[in-house]
Design a binder for this molecule. Structure first.
Ligand SMILES: [Zn+2]
Length: 500
C-alpha cells in the first residue's frame, strides 16, 4: 500500500531556507506539516507540477504594522500575494496591547477595528488572532509606545515615575510570558521619543530574562545615525538580549554613505559576541506620518532632525482620511498652491486634515540600499502601511522586488542567500520554531515562484498590485494563493516565541 499524502509538490527547485543552493526535489505535505522531501513516492489528493518553479519557505515579514489589519481584513491580500506567510507585528513601538492604548496609538497608521472585544494584554491579543484566524501566521512584539501610554495615562513628555516604570515592566513581562518574540521601540515617535536610554534598558531587561530580542526604530536615522546605532547596540548589551535594527538606512543626502560605518559597528558588535542584526525594505523612499516628519524637523532649516531631510517635491501623500482626492499629490503642489514654505504647507495640511496623514518621502541613496542589502547582517521586512489609495509600494512589492530586481536583474544577492534572509534567518532571530525551513517535520508554509519572471508590479503611482511569477502560496498546508489568486483560506495562527 502506498501512502497517500494530502498534497505533493513535484519537481520543484527547493531553496530550503538555510542558505543552501536549490536542489530538484518533491515535497509532501500532510495536514499542516511537511512530511517528506526528496523523491516522494505514492499519490496525493492534490499534486502540483512545479517544474520550472522555485519552492521556498513562506516569507517571514519581520517588520509588519498589520497588528489590527490581520483582524479587520483577514485576507491581508497585500501580504499573501507577495509570498508572506508570517508577519511579525508590533514594530516601531506600536504594539497591540493594552487594547485601549493600542487603539489610540495605532490610529495614525492603520484602521483600528472596534468589532472585537478589547483584549487583555498580549495573551488576549494572540488568543483573539487564534479565534479569528487570518490568512497568514502572526507573531507579535511588545510595543513600547503602547505600554508607556497605558502606564503614564497618555503622552507623558517626561520620564516615568518609579511606579509607572514598574507598571511598564509588568506589561512587557506579561507580553513576553504570553509568547511575544521581543519588544520594539520607535524613538522618534510619540511617546517613545520622551524616553531615555535608562528607561529602555530597564524594559529590555524583562525581554532578556525571557530570551526575547530588542527591536528598534532608532532615535536618529539622519545626521545622528551613528550615535543612534551605538545607543541601540548598547541597550542590547546592557540588558543582555539580541538586537534588531529596524529598516537600516541613512536619510538625507548629507548622510549618504554612512551605512558603511553603521555596518562596521554591527560587525564590531558581532565580533564581541553580541547578537546584532537588521532589516530592510528595498526602496529609496520611506513612509510614515506627516506629523512625525514635521515634528522631527524634516522640512525645516538646520540639520533636519532625527528623520533626516526631504524636500517637498520628494513627499507624496499616501493616505488622507476623509480626503482621498488629495492622495497622490506631492507636498510641493501645496507649497505652490498656498505659496508657503514646505514646513508651513505641511502644518496647514495637518490642521485641515488631521494628524493621521501618511506620506512616502524619498531621501535615501540607491547605493546605500544595495550596500545594506548585500551585508550578511540584513534580513527583509516590508514596513508596509496598506492604507489609503496610494500606499508606499513596499506594502505590496517588497519580496518580489528583491527576487526580481535585486537577485535576478542586478545580482546583488544569490537566490539562496535572498531566500535565507526572508525565511531561515528571521525564524532563527525571532525564535519561530519549525518555520522558515523546508524539511520533514517543519510547518508547511511554502511559496512557489518562477525565478525567471518573478517581479513586483506595485509602483508609487499605482501601488496596490501583487506580483507576477508567484503562483502559489501555502500556509500551514493550505493554499492561500493558488494560480495567482487569493483563496480566502484562513489558514494562519498566532505564533508564540520558542522558549528555547
Ligand atoms: Zn519605523
Amino acid at each position: 500500500m502506498e501512502h497517500a499524502h494530502d498534497l505533493i509538490i513535484r519537481n520543484a527547485t527547493v531553496y530550503d531556507g538555510t542558505g543552501a543552493p536549490g536542489i530538484r526535489a518533491d515535497i509532501a505535505i500532510d495536514a499542516d506539516r511537511i512530511t517528506e522531501t526528496g523523491t516522494v513516492r505514492g499519490r496525493a489528493a492534490i499534486e502540483i507540477d512545479a517544474h520550472g518553479l522555485a519552492a521556498a519557505p513562506g516569507f517571514i515579514d519581520v517588520h509588519s504594522h498589520d497588528d489590527f489589519h490581520v483582524l479587520t481584513e483577514p485576507d491581508v491580500t497585500h501580504n499573501v500575494l507577495q509570498g508572506i506567510t508570517t508577519v511579525i507585528v508590533g514594530n516601531c513601538g506600536f504594539g497591540a496591547a493594552p487594547a485601549a492604548a493600542a487603539q489610540v496609538q495605532m490610529r495614525a497608521i492603520q484602521e483600528v477595528g472596534r468589532e472585537f472585544e478589547p483584549w487583555e494584554g498580549y495573551a488576549g491579543y494572540l488568543e483573539t488572532v487564534d479565534a479569528n484566524p487570518p490568512s497568514l501566521n502572526v507573531a507579535a512584539l511588545v510595543g513600547h509606545h503602547t505600554v508607556r501610554r497605558a502606564a503614564m495615562g497618555g503622552v507623558g513628555k517626561r520620564p516615568p515615575t518609579p511606579d509607572e516604570l514598574a507598571s511598564m515592566r509588568r506589561m512587557v513581562a506579561e507580553g513576553m510570558e504570553a509568547g511575544a518574540v521581543g519588544m520594539s521601540t520607535g524613538l522618534v515617535y510619540e511617546p517613545g521619543r520622551y524616553s531615555d536610554t535608562t528607561e529602555v534598558v530597564a524594559l529590555a531587561e524583562e525581554v532578556a530574562a525571557r530570551n526575547g530580542i530588542y527591536v528598534s526604530h532608532m532615535r536618529n536615522e539622519g545626521d545622528g545615525l551613528l550615535d543612534a546605532v551605538r545607543e541601540t547596540i548598547g541597550i542590547g548589551e546592557s540588558a543582555g538580549c539580541g538586537v534588531e535594527i529596524s529598516h537600516h538606512k541613512a536619510v538625507g543626502k548629507g548622510n549618504w554613505g554612512k551605512v558603511a560605518r553603521s555596518l562596521e559597528m554591527i560587525e564590531a558588535a558581532q565580533a564581541r559576541g553580541a547578537d546584532v542584526t537588521a532589516d530592510q525594505y528595498p526602496y529609496t523612499a520611506r513612509s510614515t506620518m506627516l506629523f512625525a516628519l514635521v515634528q522631527n524637523g524634516t522640512f525645516g532649516s538646520g540639520s533636519g532632525g532625527a528623520m533626516g531631510r526631504s524636500s517637498p517635491d520628494e513627499v507624496l501623500l499616501c493616505s488622507v482620511p476623509g480626503a482621498p482626492e488629495l492622495e497622490g499629490r506631492t507636498l510641493q503642489s501645496f507649497v505652490e498652491e498656498w505659496d508657503l514654505p514646505g514646513e508651513d504647507a505641511a502644518n496647514r495640511l495637518l490642521s485641515e486634515r488631521g494628524n493621521d496623514v501618511l506620506v512616502a518621502a524619498f531621501g535615501m541613496d540607491e547605493g546605500d540600499v544595495r550596500m545594506v542589502m548585500a551585508h550578511p547582517s540584513t534580513m527583509i521586512g516590508t514596513d508596509g502601511l496598506d492604507r489609503g489609495s496610494r500606499p508606499h509600494p513596499r506594502a505590496w512589492g517588497t519580496y518580489p522586488r528583491i527576487l526580481g530586481k535585486y537577485v535576478r536583474d542586478e545580482g546583488i544577492l544569490a537566490l539562496e542567500d535572498a531566500v535565507w534572509r526572508m525565511t531561515g534567518f528571521p525564524a532563527k532571530k525571532f525564535g519561530l520554531r519549525d518555520r522558515g525551513v523546508i524539511r520533514a517535520g517543519a510547518f508547511a508554509d511554502i511559496v512557489l515562484f518562477d525565478p525567471a519572471t518573478v517581479a513586483d508590479r506595485a509602483t508609487f503611482e499605482d501601488p496596490r498590485h501583487g506580483p507576477t511569477g508567484m503562483p502559489h502560496v501555502i500556509v500551514n498546508g493550505q493554499f492561500v494563493v493558488r494560480d495567482g489568486r487569493h483563496t480566502h483560506a484562513r489558514a494562519g495562527t498566532a505564533l508564540r516565541r520558542d522558549p528555547a
